[in-house]
Design a protein around this ligand. Structure first.
Ligand code: DQA
Length: 147
């Protein structure tokens, strides 16, 4: 397995200007550049963002079909989308790694953010480290891929 799909859910396209006191000042393009600089040349990274649940599920299905590892920030879908959870379950039940990431620590925020319906089917979860959550997720993904 030599490719990783990094999927970002709703409102994450606004990073940089969206509540910077919570999510930091890096844009999603900055995070993508950081990850591309981190990845070895022979590891293919695909980076996607959508505000649309069906499109997001389509990305997850593509990862299953292509045998890719997945790093996903499902954003608000984390807390209530059983459809996204079911799609993520297909990844891990196919034996592919899936890491759930969050910039903020949802457990230190409003009550509705304390529950993730995705975590139970993820390989692991990284949260609360700002943009570094993605960097840590990619580091761990490389370990899971035997690199
Ligand atoms: C988030 C946390 C979610 O609660 C929120 O809806 C987001 C971003 C994070 O990365 O901290 O959109 O997933």
């Amino acid at each position: 397995m030599n490719s990783v799909l990094i999927i970002n859910g709703p409102n994450l396209g606004r990073l940089g200007s969206r509540e910077p006191e919570i999510y930091g000042s890096m844009s999603l393009a900055d995070i993508e550049s950081m990850l591309r600089a981190q990845a070895p040349a022979d590891l293919t990274l695909r980076f996607e963002q959508t505000d649309d649940e069906a499109t997001l599920m389509g990305f997850i299905h593509e990862a299953v079909d292509a045998g890719m590892g997945v790093i996903i920030n499902p954003a608000a879908f984390t807390h209530y989308s059983y459809a996204i959870r079911d799609a993520c379950a297909m990844v891990t039940s196919a034996g592919l790694p899936l890491i759930e990431v969050h910039l903020s620590n949802p457990h230190s925020r409003e009550e509705f953010r304390h529950r993730s319906v995705v975590s139970g089917v993820a390989t692991g979860v990284i949260l609360g480290f700002g943009a570094d959550s993605y960097r840590l997720a990619l580091t761990q993904m490389m370990t899971l891929l035997g690199r």
